[in-house]
Write a protein that binds this ligand. Structure first.
Ligand code: TEU
Ligand code: CA
Length: 548
């Protein structure tokens, strides 16, 4: 297999991907059924989000047993079959290790609750009285990050839901337990891993209030995080594997350390700054139109900085926590196909390993739920309550959920225009998107101009043009509003990607040598106009040119 620089990862949220037995819930056999589809896309890895036994408070990110399969998703035999069938098609599986916290249903936590001191040390339990949590830190899903257990007279820390208790990595026994989990899956042949919020695992030595924030400054990229990752990687031979860490609110300096090969940490990192340009004052729940200058600047800073320091990024627009990108930065009404393709081109030709989230390759749009009862996500439901009680009207809160809810990306995968979009023969656990239904695999499969066909071409291009995986990167036109243009270079060729993120035409001055360049891809059917000294981009047009 080629190195991960030339590869592409396809993310599957199994609950919403394909239901093989009609109970309304996607499952592992559903994934196996669709392997040929993923192969035809050209993806090398499938990142499978958690399918482990779980109370499903956070759709499986609340893990109760790391080494088993939840019956709602199937059996261990189904998992083994999936591994085998994927491998027969040259596809490797990437499993999702949620090691910052366990579900409170995990037996470790249950034994802690039963009073076993040894297991209390697996978590952060602190003595106290019900009126005074140890710190003022806030949970990422709203409310205090501490929960009180009256029977024990103690508080425990949960940076996410109250049923997701943070693990105490300071305790060497915890670190050994987690290594056993990696070895268990390696024993089944798994060679790639994603680590959920792994930059939050090292908590500070002293617990203190955050005078102006939610506490993240104390535990984000915490004091011993690099040492813990290095130890985990070294002791489980993970340097041979492909690994990616999800880095919440991180910094460029830390991402370099997480991913520079000589540090013995991870292959690559997810960082999120580019997905906050439509957060007003950095607050996810306050809407503002995307700040496109900021977007360009962030890509420049991170791409150039990671390249200079020899780090590696996971490139992504979409995942199971993010709204659909075509609804967010594109125009899903008037320029649906063109903007979906432009966004794909812009991301895939940058320096890093691209991730495609199920349905993104079809141009699936946001859910557009208009009733609170349609939402399933714990964060959305919590924030409905929090925002409503802050005095906002029902309509205002619903607008914010429509724009920001994680359920936007969790609606059933659209396989066809048929009943239930071909996802299930039963009643799906979450409603279908009210957005575009023509975004479906059956309709796009045979259409050479579909978004799906465009993704296939982009992936094939990465594999045939080493400059995409290996070349340097330089951003151009810093002052041109609403466009992102960059150049990728190797010793022998130069690729130019030019993307218009606006609904107006943009004309860019371009040096004469590009007039004779090869047009590799364009988000429109008609190629762009390349006059001798200018490139004219239509609304949401993206194009890639190559000169030898
Ligand atoms: O997400 C981490 C995370 O902090 C965000 O993506 C979060 O969902 C968002 O900022 C809330 O606004 C990871 C998983 O991807 C997510 O699904 C889990 O809920 C979370 O960790 C806890 O395990
Ligand atoms: Ca099922």
């Amino acid at each position: 297999m080629a190195a991960f620089q030339e590869q592409v990862v396809y993310q599957i949220y199994p609950k919403s991907f394909r239901d093989s037995n009609g109970d309304g819930i996607g499952d592992l056999r559903g994934v196996t059924e669709k392997l040929d589809y993923i192969r035809s896309l050209g993806a090398d890895y499938i990142w499978l989000t958690p399918f482990f036994p779980s109370p499903q408070r956070d759709n499986g990110y609340d893990v109760a047993d790391y080494c088993a399969v939840d019956p709602m998703f199937g059996t261990m035999e189904d998992m083994e079959e999936l591994l085998q069938e994927a491998s027969a098609r040259g596809i490797a599986l990437m499993l999702d290790m949620v090691f910052n916290h366990t579900s409170t249903a995990h037996r470790w936590f249950q034994r802690a609750l039963a009073g076993e001191k040894q297991y209390q040390d697996y978590y952060f339990f602190r003595d106290g009285t019900p009126d005074a949590p140890p710190t003022n830190w806030q949970s990422k899903f709203g409310g205090s990050a501490w929960a009180y257990v009256p029977e024990l007279g103690k508080w425990y820390l949960h940076l996410f839901d109250v049923t997701q208790a943070d693990l105490n990595w300071e305790n060497p026994t915890v670190r050994e337990e987690l290594k056993k989990v990696i070895r268990f899956w390696q024993g089944k042949g798994v060679k790639a891993f994603r680590f959920d919020v792994v930059n939050l695992i090292s908590k500070p030595d002293v617990w203190e209030d955050d005078p102006s924030g939610d506490g993240r400054r104390f535990y984000t990229d915490g004091p011993r995080v690099h040492a813990y990752i290095q130890e985990l990687v070294r002791d489980t031979g993970l340097s041979e594997a492909v690994t990616v860490g999800e880095m919440s609110s991180t910094s460029l300096a830390h991402c370099l350390r997480y991913t520079q090969p000589e540090n013995g940490e991870l292959s690559m990192a997810f960082h999120f700054h580019h997905l906050k340009v439509d957060y007003k004052d950095g607050d996810k729940w306050q809407l503002q139109p995307p700040d496109l200058s900021r977007l360009r600047e962030l890509f420049d800073t991170w791409q150039t900085g990671m390249a200079r320091g020899g780090g590696w990024s996971a490139l992504f627009w979409c995942n199971h926590d993010q709204p659909r990108i075509v609804s967010r930065l594109g125009d899903d009404r008037r320029c649906w196909k063109e903007s979906a393709k432009m966004l794909a081109l812009c991301l895939h030709l940058m320096r890093g390993t691209p991730y495609i989230y199920q349905g993104e390759e079809l141009g699936m749009t946001n859910a557009c739920f208009d009733r609170i009862e349609d939402y399933r996500d714990v964060e959305s439901i919590n924030y409905y309550r929090i925002l409503s009680s802050s005095g906002l009207s029902h309509e205002d809160v619903m607008d914010r959920l429509q724009a920001r809810s994680r359920d936007n990306s969790r609606t059933p995968m659209q396989w066809s225009a048929g009943p239930c979009a071909g996802f299930s023969s039963g009643h799906p656990w979450i409603p279908l998107s009210h957005g575009r239904r023509e975004a479906n695999a059956e309709a796009e499969e045979q259409d050479p101009l579909s978004i799906l066909s465009f993704y296939r071409r982009l992936i094939a291009l990465r594999k045939s043009r080493p400059v995409i995986g290996k070349g340097g990167i330089r951003f151009l036109f810093p002052d041109e509003p609403g466009v992102i243009v960059y150049e990728r270079t190797s010793d022998t060729e130069t690729l130019l990607a030019a993307c218009n993120f606006t609904s107006e035409e943009r004309i860019l001055p371009l040096s004469g040598e590009w007039a004779s360049a090869e047009l590799l891809l364009d988000s429109y059917e008609q190629p762009p106009e390349i006059a001798f000294h200018s490139l004219r981009l239509k609304p949401f047009e993206g194009c890639a040119l190559l000169k030898g």
